[in-house]
Write a protein that binds this ligand. Structure first.
Ligand SMILES: Nc1ncnc2c1ncn2[C@@H]1O[C@H](COP(=O)(O)OP(=O)(O)OP(=O)(O)O)[C@@H](O)[C@H]1O
Ligand SMILES: [Mg+2]
Length: 252
């Protein structure tokens, strides 16, 4: 469903993606892990056209992703994104946030959008919060609203960029549970995360990135339990020892 071929991307003189080749099948859950600055967010942003890339090709169901082509509007409705910091409209209720895309981008009839919006909020465990504004919700609740909003576009895939990193530890579980449920329902998902245990449990495949390249990839359990590359081993062992991310790699 998502295909990256030798994707290169520079910011100024710094090449941050140095030839990324990867693919995601329909229904697959792929987690991307790696040190800060390795290019994880940039990949997600290139996949749904928030960012342009310089060389190589990204395709979604055979359609080329080109940030500057008219087709990008179509691609963005098919590939939703969930960010670390929720990005909800504070002056709109949870329900209004969820139905924004269906109403204004997809031109869905109002009654239908409201009904689907309520059902989606129920699906993420927030049926009672439909009329509440985001500042009155916990971080975990806000992120679940953001997931409902992503689902409201009936996307073919959802990209998650560290969806739980901004949350207090006790709120991480409720968001991961919703994501795990989506995965088991067959949603195609690409997840940048530092939740290694979650990745091991939920991901079909794991990609370890460092300094703009894919260092290692494979079945999630295999890569986490038995990493083949020294860099992967170092990253994971730091994680297991300290429960924290290793310091950022210096740009080479
Ligand atoms: N808009 C930008 N302009 C200039 N440099 C950028 C921009 N966005 C990202 N970069 C640089 O590109 C590199 C990759 O950034 P990216 O955000 O993709 O890393 P990441 O793996 O997501 O890191 P983190 O784990 O900290 O989120 C970094 O060195 C970053 O400073
Ligand atoms: Mg990032």
């Amino acid at each position: 469903m998502i295909e990256l071929k030798d994707v290169h991307k520079s910011f100024g003189r710094v090449e941050v993606l140095k030839g990324i080749t990867a693919s995601v099948q329909k229904g697959e859950v792929v987690c991307i892990i790696g040190p800060s600055g390795s290019g994880k967010s940039t990949i997600l942003r290139c996949i749904n056209g928030l960012e342009s890339y310089d060389r190589g090709e990204i395709g979604i169901e055979g359609l080329k992703v080109d940030r500057d082509a008219p087709s990008i509007v179509n691609i963005r409705t098919q590939v939703s994104m969930v960010f670390q910091r929720f990005n909800l409209f504070p002056h709109r209720t949870a329900l209004e946030n969820v139905i924004e895309g269906p109403l204004f981008v997809k031109k869905e009839p109002r009654a239908q959008a409201f009904e689907r919006g309520r059902a989606l909020l129920a699906r993420v465990g927030l049926a009672e919060k439909a009329d509440v504004h985001p500042p009155q919700l916990s971080g975990g609740q806000q992120q679940r609203v953001a997931i409902a909003r992503a689902l409201a576009m009936q996307p073919k895939a959802i990209l998650f960029d560290e969806p739980t990193s901004a949350l207090d530890p006790e709120l991480v579980g409720e968001v991961l549970n919703v994501m795990q449920r989506l995965a088991s329902e067959g949603m195609t998902m690409v997840i940048v995360t530092h939740e290694i245990a979650f990745a091991r449990e939920v991901a079909d495949r794991l990609i370890f990135m460092r300094d703009g390249v894919v260092v290692e990839e494979g079945p999630a359990r295999q890569v986490i339990d038995n990493p083949q590359e020294a860099a992967t081993r170092a990253f994971l062992s730091h994680f297991h020892r300290t429960g924290a991310l290793p310091p950022a790699t210096t740009a080479s």
